[in-house]
Design a protein around this ligand. Structure first.
Ligand code: CA
Ligand code: CA
Ligand code: CA
Length: 317
């Protein structure tokens, strides 16, 4: 093990988020919980992890974006992808100036439906996401939809009979060339409903927001600053993962800090969203984040911009 870089890091538990009062301060109060497990960072040098960390197994979308992928699901929508590439929005934050003018889905009967945006908008994304946000048995399609003059938003689409429509949308960020990246969609609130976690302007303020789809609207249920899940010019949108870090049965979100030189873990304790851990890293995260169970021990696999691969795991006590 002599080649392994090992960094011992302290972890602060229970730094409370501004979660029920997100409109107020975004400062994080510091109540340190007596339970402070130590996460360690070790380089993996045995070649057991691919350089991409998490291989992207999604098919390339035919006639879609050059780097667009097909998302598959088992619900009422079985495939979703972007189509009708366009250069009408010159932002190129995902590495090229080519975004999508339309969203396509296929239902379980193999029928395909298209939603075409007006010329003032594009899908600024790689692949749509599928989830039953309201748990009514029908699949929703969750996208990143940008206005050429007002920047990005989260938009949700639904297929109802033969009607494929946009059913909910967050406000646009408010100015051109401002983007957001959806991190994960999971039961972050512990109520069995999938909530959408997104980073608004991941290269600027890095605001983590959680949205819940209820009563036909996307309601912001929490937010805090200082996160990122993307770097400019990359088409890798998967700089996050989900795992139950504090073992309370509720999924937690794992993602980089705004500078990407720390790994942050965010979840709920007693129904309050909190920062569960903050782990300093020897370089910046620049690839998809992997999670694995290693004999009952939770581990995260990171690719950093020093070209090396690391595991983040709890120190044995
Ligand atoms: Ca593109
Ligand atoms: Ca639904
Ligand atoms: Ca948890």
């Amino acid at each position: 093990m002599k080649n392994l870089t090992q960094i011992i890091l302290s972890v602060c538990f229970s730094i409370a988020f501004s979660f029920h009062a997100f409109a107020q301060s975004q400062q994080l109060p510091t109540n340190v919980n007596p339970f402070t497990p130590q996460w360690i960072v070790e380089e993996i040098t045995n070649g057991s992890i691919p350089a991409s960390i998490v291989p992207d197994t999604r098919a390339i979308a035919q006639n879609g974006l050059p780097d667009g992928r097909v998302t598959t699901g088992t619900g009422t929508i079985i495939e979703a992808w972007y189509s009708e590439p366009t250069t009408r929005y010159g932002h190129a934050v995902l590495g090229d100036g080519i975004e999508a003018g339309a969203l396509k889905v296929k239902n379980a009967r193999g029928e395909t439906y298209t939603f075409r945006l007006p010329s003032t908008e594009v899908f600024e994304d790689i692949a749509p996401r599928l989830a039953d946000l309201d748990r009514n048995g029908t699949t929703e399609v969750i996208t990143i939809l940008s206005s050429r003059s007002n920047g990005a938003s989260i938009a949700v689409f639904s297929l109802n009979g033969n009607a494929f429509n946009k059913i909910a949308q967050t406000p646009f960020i408010g100015r051109s060339n401002r983007w957001l990246n959806i991190a994960e969609i999971n039961n972050f609130g512990g109520n069995r409903r999938p909530d959408i976690a997104a980073i608004i302007t991941p290269h600027l303020a890095g605001v983590l927001q959680f949205y819940r789809f209820r009563n036909g609207k996307l309601a912001k249920i929490a937010q805090a600053r200082g996160f990122s899940n993307h770097f400019i010019g990359s088409n890798e949108l998967r700089l996050s993962t989900v795992a139950d870090v504090n073992r309370n049965g509720i999924p937690d979100l794992i993602l980089p800090s705004l500078a990407r030189n720390e790994l942050l873990m965010v979840g709920t304790e007693r129904k309050q969203f909190k920062e569960l851990a903050r782990v300093a890293l020897p370089a910046r995260i620049n690839r998809a984040i992997g999670a694995r169970d290693n004999d009952g021990a939770l581990e995260f696999i990171l690719g950093l911009d020093d070209g090396k691969i690391y595991v983040v795991k709890l120190a044995r006590r």
